[in-house]
Design a protein around this ligand. Structure first.
Ligand code: NAP
Length: 283
């Protein structure tokens, strides 16, 4: 029988602990094979109350040393110092995954000073409830088997799409930031219901379920949303009067522009981060 996968999670915060919970629930590995780290002892104690895994405050090098898969889930600003700390514990035949936003694969390689199978993932916050959308890019050293392992890890917390690294900014703008746009839509629907006299509770339940149900119908029917929208519209009916109002205010155009702007902003932040890293390395 194969040994369970040994997984190190460096930075078990929002994303790291969601991944930890997801892979344990999905049986990707077993609790005794998970080595998680955080910064503060208080957070480590808190996690230890909920998970039966190895958890330490610090101790990153020890955590990665025997791991088959290392997941780096710390903030991008501290990733260089964490890479410096763990680089000698990383083995070239193992898998390294970074979820740090805007941090390119080439910079991770530069920081660890050698090449190894490397993945860059952009999950989104619904990974916390197992309904995330994660985009993943990887370098040319990755085998099909390693790709399948990484897919299984992120599928434990939602949907996975493999993309080229140069599409990461667009993915960040769409699905990374996307939950914020949808929360705004849900908030507005709730307010609409309130304005028309529905209670807070009824308005909230109807709004959240309408978004959830509509998304599920897109997935399960695999029909284009325009076709599904048309199915709700009756001639001279209620829905078309609201759809006309949304078109008048440019709802679709607004969302397209939002993603275009966010993609540009992500690219510019990425370029600034790389410039800063290069300056630091040159010193
Ligand atoms: N949140 C999102 O929607 C999202 C989406 C896509 C990608 N990401 C990326 O995911 C990464 C984590 O984001 P997050 O929202 O999960 O942040 P977070 O909740 O702040 O988690 C970061 C964790 O790193 C730990 N940490 C800090 N310094 C450390 C060190 N030296 N060694 C070990 N652990 C250390 C922190 O420990 P303490 O708790 O003890 O301070 C914290 O638990 C970021 O790089 C971000 O760009 C986030």
């Amino acid at each position: 029988m194969n040994q369970p996968l040994r997984v190190a999670i460096i930075g078990a915060g929002n994303i790291g602990s969601a991944l930890m919970g997801g892979i344990l629930k999905a049986g990707v590995t077993t609790p005794d094979c998970v080595f998680a780290t955080v910064k503060s002892q208080e957070h480590a104690d808190d996690l230890a109350r909920n998970y039966d895994v190895h958890i330490t405050a610090g101790g990153n090098l020890a955590a990665v040393q025997n791991a088959d898969v290392v997941i780096l889930a710390v903030k991008p600003s501290i990733l260089p110092s964490v890479l410096e700390e763990v680089r000698w514990g990383l083995r070239e035949d193992r898998i390294l995954i970074s979820v740090a936003a805007a941090f390119p694969l080439s910079e991770i390689e530069a920081q660890i000073g050698r090449r190894m199978p490397l993945f860059r993932a952009m999950p989104n916050i619904p990974v916390i409830v197992g309904e995330g959308a994660t985009c993943i890019a990887y370098n040319d050293l990755v085998s099909d088997h390693q790709r399948a392992i990484v897919e299984a890890i992120f599928r434990a917390v939602g949907v996975v799409c493999f993309i080229d690294e140069d599409q990461m900014h667009a993915a960040t703008a769409l699905s990374g930031s996307g939950p914020a746009y949808i929360y705004m839509v849900i908030e507005a629907l709730i307010n609409g219901g309130l304005k028309m006299g529905l209670s807070h509770e009824v308005s909230t339940r109807l709004s959240e379920q309408t978004v959830l149900g509509a998304a599920k119908l897109v997935r399960e029917t695999m029909l284009h949303p325009a076709i599904l929208k048309d199915q709700v519209i009756t001639p001279g009916g209620v829905t078309i009067s609201a759809v006309h109002e949304l078109e008048r205010h440019g709802l679709r155009s607004m969302l397209i522009s939002a993603i275009e702007t966010a993609t540009r902003h992500s690219r510019s932040l990425g370029e600034k981060l790389v410039d800063k890293l290069k300056q630091t390395n040159a010193r």
